[in-house]
Design a binder for this molecule. Structure first.
Ligand SMILES: Cc1ncc(COP(=O)(O)OP(=O)(O)O)c(N)n1
Ligand code: 3NM
Length: 215
């Protein structure tokens, strides 16, 4: 799948913390109906078989709506379900080695916190970058803070699309205007909400207002 910059607009990462009797699949479908443009399946405590089973279910939904779907960290799961790609962090395999495993047509996203990491990730063949944490977050306890100034420097230093991540919500998204990002990436601002579809709709409208390309 070729990555369209506009598909970065509202990037949702899954989290089962707030399932509240429903399924992750129905939550993912709600967020897509509300306007999410990209889905990442992030599972930190799941064995391979269960992860693959879950990923297949989510992929059916993202395929139905033609939304890019990547797997967090686990390249074997990405290969097993033929996801559109993978997202890796600084402590994971680098993009060059990931590319050798998943092939030239897949999407590789890389998390970065510095200009140096961003330039290297682009040189290594990353298709997009996730930059954060731009605000305090309780979703990822080991996240490193990246200022808006650093975010702007990173966006100026590379030509691949970037999303900001970490603690972004309806009240602070405006601070990301003119930071050079192609979209926002959120977990709790969508999945912790009682009405995921409506929360996504509001974030979608707000994210359309802060990016500098035509929707
Ligand atoms: C789009 C996006 N950006 C950043 C991250 C964080 O990735 P990483 O640093 O590997 O941390 P974990 O998500 O693995 O805890 C991400 N997942 N997605
Ligand atoms: C998964 C993740 N990565 C981050 C990074 O800084 O790289 S922050 C983060 C958590 C994002 O969740 P929320 O939108 O609930 O703050």
């Amino acid at each position: 799948m070729k990555l369209d910059r506009k598909s970065m607009l509202l990037y949702a990462i899954t989290d089962r913390t707030w399932l509240k009797g429903t399924t992750l699949a129905s939550q993912v479908e709600d967020t897509i109906k509300g306007g999410a443009t990209f889905i990442q399946l992030r599972e930190k405590n799941m064995d391979f078989d269960e992860f693959v089973t879950e990923a297949k279910v989510i992929k059916e939904i993202t395929d139905k709506y033609n939304i890019p779907f990547v797997i967090n960290d686990n390249i074997d799961v990405a290969l097993a379900v033929n996801s559109d790609g993978v997202h890796v962090g600084q402590d994971d395999m680098n993009a060059k080695d990931v590319r050798k495993l998943i092939g030239k047509d897949k999407i590789i996203g890389v998390s970065v916190q510095t200009v140096e990491q961003a330039i290297l990730a682009e040189q290594n063949g990353a298709d997009y970058l996730g930059v954060g944490s731009v605000f305090p977050t309780s979703t990822k306890t080991d996240a490193n803070y990246v200022s808006i100034k650093q975010l702007k420097e990173i966006s100026k230093s590379i030509s691949i699309p970037i999303v900001a991540i970490g603690g972004i919500n309806e009240n602070n998204i405006e601070k990301l205007r003119e930071s050079g990002i192609d979209g926002i990436c959120v977990i709790s601002a969508i999945f912790s909400k009682p009405d995921i579809l409506e929360a996504t709709k509001r974030l979608r409208k707000l994210s359309e207002g802060i990016v500098d390309y035509e929707i």
